[in-house]
Design a protein. Structure first.
Length: 168
């Protein structure tokens, strides 16, 4: 782990995780995790569009040859928009989301993007806690953002410029 990255307690890294670029062949695993993780999951079409859009980045976390998590983010100029992150329910609390976040930050910084924004359900305390570990702070509320429940979204942002230029 890079000394410049946020320090996460080692106990969370209890599984061997490989992070790599998502391929179309990963779609069944990503869709399964998506359906298990969200009330209104992303569709196959949306994931395919992410894979084909040049400024979008999709990574998967692989454990023992199986996709167990994914992260999807856009980089536009010097900004990152974290669009989606999910981990299979059976693999939560094992450091997979942390590794995905670390990889997103590292890859983004290498491309000169240091400011990150996201929206998260107001009720998603577990995700908000994860984001806070990475320096995200609350910037505002998007009222009634989630159409399935009319729940508000918390707008969060982080500035990674203090972390340096990333790993070589």
């Amino acid at each position: 782990m890079n000394a410049e990255m946020p320090q996460i307690p080692p106990r969370l890294h209890s599984v061997e995780v490989a992070i790599r670029k998502m391929e179309k062949e990963d779609l069944p695993g990503v869709l399964e995790i998506e359906r298990l993780s969200f009330r209104t999951p992303w569709t196959e079409t949306l994931f395919l569009e992410e894979l084909e859009t040049p400024f979008c980045n999709s990574l998967v976390a692989v454990v023992e040859g199986l996709v167990r998590g994914s992260i999807h983010f856009a980089i536009v100029l010097d900004e990152i928009h974290l669009r989606n992150v999910a981990v299979h329910p059976s693999f939560k609390r094992r450091g997979i989301a942390t590794r995905l976040m670390e990889e997103m930050i590292e890859r983004s910084m290498k491309k000169g993007a240091f400011l990150c924004f996201l929206e998260v359900r107001y009720s998603n305390r577990q995700a908000i806690s994860l984001y806070r570990k990475f320096g995200f702070t609350r910037k505002g509320i998007r009222p009634l953002y989630y159409s399935d429940t009319n729940e508000d979204a918390v707008i969060m942002a982080a500035d990674f410029s203090g972390l340096g230029a990333g790993r070589a």
